[in-house]
Design a protein around this ligand. Structure first.
Ligand code: DP6
Length: 318
């Protein structure tokens, strides 16, 4: 069975866990799914296999296999047959572009179908979220909110992509994998950052502001809260011990380019995840200008423009 999922970028960030065993987030988050970036994941259970096998973009690659095998166990049960897994991804993996979100959302949907199991959206989100918190949001498309519930998490669609067709321009400033993965970095933040507890306390306010901005399609309001929430998350990391600074000099230059565009009346704002890439969210009529400005920024190696995308889904019934 083959499923496809888009990565998502958080406008209000998930940073910190309330339960590391179940991988439950300490805070809710809001994201948009990216239409033109994808991971396609094929899962085939086969009794003759002696272990799970993973092929990434056509080559054997075991780096993600332990997390994928655990994900398949949760979806199909630990008594499942071993699996052949083929992953195809059209963007840099583990570089702060949410590759784990699309990978685990696609793997969850493909494995459920391969095991002939029917799950609700809430169940799929919890299964994907146990593999990687942000993956739960890629189960749905458009503007998605992830909320904490006593029993786990819940994902809801705040708006379909077509109802507010924003664009996202991704500026790649480095293609290598990041130094510290999000999972570890979040725990370092929780244990050592003096700003962590106020981050958790203030998150509901940021979520409420973003929720109402999305309901009203108020770009300026969404821009202000998303940039604030992003910089707050990075402040936690900078103030952790050891400090975690994911930015490089091109990241900073992109922020300056975006400030300049804003000064010229362009509707655009930035967000940055646990990596050096900058994502500029803008109105579609400004996407060409934003992409041109970021392409011309020293240190930017590639620029991709995408619309907001759809939910994770099966690609075929074979
Ligand atoms: C900065 O979902 O990768 O992108 O649950 O440990 O796998 P794990 O973390 P992950 O963290 C994403 C962090 C972020 C913000 C976000 O996507 O909300």
């Amino acid at each position: 069975m083959r499923a496809i999922a888009q990565p998502n970028i958080a406008l209000i960030k998930y940073w910190g866990k309330r339960d590391t065993e179940q991988n439950l987030p300490a805070v809710g988050s809001i994201s948009v799914t990216l239409r033109d970036l994808y991971t396609a994941m094929q899962v085939e259970f086969d009794d003759v296999l002696e272990r799970d096998e993973l092929t990434v973009n056509g080559a054997g690659d075991n780096s993600m296999l332990p997390r994928l095998s655990a994900c398949l166990d949760r979806v199909a049960g630990t008594d499942r047959a071993h699996a052949r897994i083929f992953s195809d991804c059209n963007f840099p993996i583990a570089a702060g572009l949410a590759s784990s979100a699309s990978a685990f959302a696609a793997a969850t949907v493909a494995a459920a179908a391969a095991a002939d199991k029917q799950f609700t959206i809430a169940e799929l989100a919890n299964l994907a979220g146990q593999a990687s918190g942000s993956a739960a949001r890629s189960i749905l498309g458009g503007f998605v909110e992830l909320s904490n519930r006593d029993s786990g998490i819940e994902v809801t669609s705040l708006r379909a992509a077509a109802e507010w067709p924003l664009n996202v321009v991704v500026a790649i400033t480095e293609t290598g994998p990041k130094a510290v993965g999000s999972t570890e970095a979040m725990e370092i933040s929780r244990r050592t950052s003096p700003f962590y507890s106020s981050w958790v306390e203030q998150q509901e306010h940021d979520l409420e502001t973003a929720r109402s901005a999305i309901a009203d399609r108020d770009f300026g309001k969404l821009a202000a809260i998303a940039e604030h929430n992003c910089l707050k998350m990075h402040s936690i990391m900078w103030a952790s011990r050891p400090p975690m600074v994911y930015w490089n000099s091109a990241t900073m230059r992109c922020l300056q380019a975006i400030r300049k565009l804003q000064g010229a009346g362009i509707d655009v704002f930035f967000t940055i995840d646990a990596g050096p890439q900058v994502k500029a969210v803008c109105l579609p009529e400004h996407a060409v200008k934003v992409a041109a400005a970021l392409s011309a920024t020293d240190g930017v190696v590639d620029v991709m423009t995408t619309a907001i995308g759809e939910a994770a889904r099966l690609m075929d019934e074979s």
